[in-house]
Ligand binder design. Sequence first.
Ligand code: GLC
Ligand code: CA
Length: 557
Amino acid sequence: MHNKWYKDVVVYQIWARSFCDGNGDGIGDLYGVYDKLDYIKSLGVDMIWFSPIYPTPNCDYGYDISDYRNINPEFGDLEIFKKVLDGAHERGMKVIMDLVVNHTSTEHEWFKQSKKSDDNPYHDYYFWRKGRGKNGKNPPNNWLSMFEGGAWEYNEDLAEYYLHVFAVGQPDLNMDNPKVREEVKGILKFWLDMGVDGFREDVITFISKKEGLPNGFPLPVATGYKNYVNGPHTYEYLKEFKDDVLSKYDCFVVGESPMVNMQRALQYTTEGDGQVLQMMFSFDHMCADCFMIDYIPTPFSLRKMKKAFSNWQNTINGTGWNSLYIENHDHARIISRYGSEKYRTESGKTLAAMYMLQQGTPYIYQGQEIGMTNTHFNSIDECLDVATHNAYNIFRKFRFSEKFTMDKINKGTREHARTPVQWDDSENAGFSSGTPWFKVNENYKQINVADQENDENSLLNFYRKLIAFRKDNAVLMREGSYNELMKSSKKFYVYERILGDEKLLVVANFSEKPCTFKAPDGYDLSKGELVLYNYSDNKLENNSYTTRPYELRVYKF
Ligand code: GLC
Ligand code: CA
């Protein structure tokens, strides 16, 4: 295996609006990030990924970009961005940007031009189509958007519809137009020349639409998705971005890839000339407590989660490279989902070690390192996210009760990840001296960074130990094989990482009740060194032990 730097890094994701407010207007910003660079570095991470920080009308909080070459004035300007970039680099941390090119904002200049007339040079930057039926008043096909009703929005002046797979304010770019691809390459160059180290590419598996935009099988949401997920030219366009731009820089690209299959993932990430992405974000393991989407909850299934992780490990390892994550800005908090709020610190540590010791590049989402949990939304009016409102509207349309609907929203909404980071127990959790743009979780007096800094056994300090462990064992982490044991267990997730004579045994228990763990064949636990754990006093009896709630033990041999 080659030793590529992206294989040894740990990434910290910032969703700036809720990270830290530096100028007291209630909105997180780059001044706040600048102030916290030492904190970020203190975790031991090597790279920051910024969710979009470009100008935006905020219909999808930055994932609707109105100018790709500037900074959202709510967050600062290019000057403070460069200070943050330099500050990160001085501390030995890289910085990657979010590249959102499946769609722009309707406020983007290209879109404003494109709707002026059919023969405007920008018209073909988007999918404008005539309607069907009498007077062309029916949308061009039956597609529904992911975020806001139908996938087509009518424009009176042009008497045409434009396509938006996400919100109405997020028109899809026509990537088949070579001019659009040139624009994308220009954006990549702009940031790389400024010194950024790579990109996280938003819904990159959606950028190529099937020719003719045929109807899809009717669904309550996202009808037609099969016509643009892993579309016909996706690989070709990614290859073009790589050959023409990315390969000329020492940079890194991770593709967000909803609904990608293994075969595609291998095609994209297999090392060598054909590689177009260093790694992808898969979604399978985020579905262990829901049916397909976060709003249809099912009881947490450890086996489902294990199967998803192992499937990706077994298929990708040794050929491409995995990304490892359990939280980001699109999902509810993991402790509230797969762990236990009652055993918050214990389950938080188990979850952390469980995913970060696998083979791949780990990502940590802001607040995850202190075990932030879900909040509660009393009514849909407290939610600001377009996707959450869409889910709410669909439930209500199908006549589910208000209470039933709000239960599902409270389970699944990504708003949980967007409450301000809890820095200390002062007003507004130390996030802002003004009025926060979004509600602070009421538990900030119990869960905050300042408290955990002072507690040797806090989750925060566990993350530091875990990251340091990865660094100290870099070769084993990077190259060691992954082998799952006790696959059918509903209580334990056990796997080993092996490289030559070195061996790591990860034993993560997911039960509140005592369980007996018996060492797997060939293991004498008394000969191993207990390197990571979440309880003191770790006894062994006859090569076995009885667990405490969410007990974690990692032995090194
Ligand atoms: C990605 C982003 C999500 C956004 C969507 C549309 O899934 O992670 O936050 O809403 O794409 O851009
Ligand atoms: Ca601010």
